[in-house]
Design a binder for this molecule. Structure first.
Ligand code: FE2
Length: 260
């Protein structure tokens, strides 16, 4: 990877030119978006991070209109310089990190059906848009994502390294909490798109630990049930500033792995 130019990902043949076909959304799609949006937005003023609440205004999402990526991209261009890249669903790790290393956030464009409102095997565009995109207006947060992806690309052929870095991604971008004015607030997208986990993650049921790079890298996660622990940052700058530590702890743990 080291000799590749930073923007190699855009000429990769696996990356298909895909666009959101807005006209193809059906009446049912608009209904599903509205139900999900209205159901979750009422929970967020007391639960979501300020960055998210400001972000969702800045990006102008509403219940009546499925997110339009062209509009999102115009707004992000003026905000943090990021953009949405439409992908077919799950893509190879190197493309995923390669895109984020070039300030492109991957999103699918399909929306769950009415009968799947509460359970999905794979994230749809409600998760990708409603939960992730507002946070892309926060500069230290996206800078963190760009640099974290850079580390992943340097270790892309090492499965263990990617697993350790995925734990960081998981316990921050997907399931991260932040302390604001002495209270726990959510910025992780996996929580923000789930009404059940929004309530649970802030309750006394799970454990809440201060953000700790080494501890996170030693913490496996699961995808099929709520986490039993969450990690709490003090600020998005703290995330960005932890990049050198992530790199150092990763080197440490990889060296340990080769000794054993
Ligand atoms: Fe996600």
């Amino acid at each position: 990877m080291t000799n590749k130019p930073k923007d190699w990902v855009f000429s990769d043949p696996r990356l298909k030119e895909m666009k959101q076909d807005y006209a193809a959304y059906t009446e049912e799609d608009f209904k599903v978006w509205k139900i999900l949006f209205e159901r979750q937005i009422v929970n967020l003023p007391k639960a979501a991070s300020k960055a998210y609440l400001e972000g969702i205004k800045e990006i102008n999402f509403t219940a009546d209109k499925i997110a339009d990526f062209e509009d999102v991209n115009e707004r992000l261009a003026k905000s943090t310089g990021w953009a949405i890249q439409v992908v077919p669903g799950l893509i190879d790790d190197d493309l995923f990190f390669g895109l984020m290393n070039n300030r492109r956030f991957c999103s699918s464009t399909w929306l769950r059906k009415m009968e799947q409102l509460d359970y999905l095997e794979e994230p749809d565009m409600f998760h990708d848009a409603f939960a992730h995109m507002p946070m892309l207006t926060n500069q230290p947060y996206v800078d963190f994502l760009e640099k974290l992806s850079g580390i992943a690309l340097r270790h892309i052929d090492d499965k263990w390294a990617i697993e350790l870095l995925s734990r960081i991604y998981w316990f921050t971008i997907e399931f991260g909490l932040i302390r604001e004015d002495g209270e726990l607030r959510i910025y992780g997208a996996g929580i923000l798109s789930s009404a059940g986990e929004t309530k649970y993650s802030l309750s006394d049921e799970p454990s809440h630990y201060d953000y700790n790079v080494r501890r996170i890298m030693n913490t496996p996660y699961w995808k099929d049930k709520f986490q039993d622990k969450y990690f709490v940052i003090e600020s998005y700058e703290q995330l960005y500033e932890s990049i050198p530590e992530i790199e150092a702890v990763l080197e440490d743990m990889l060296a340990e792995a080769t000794q054993n």
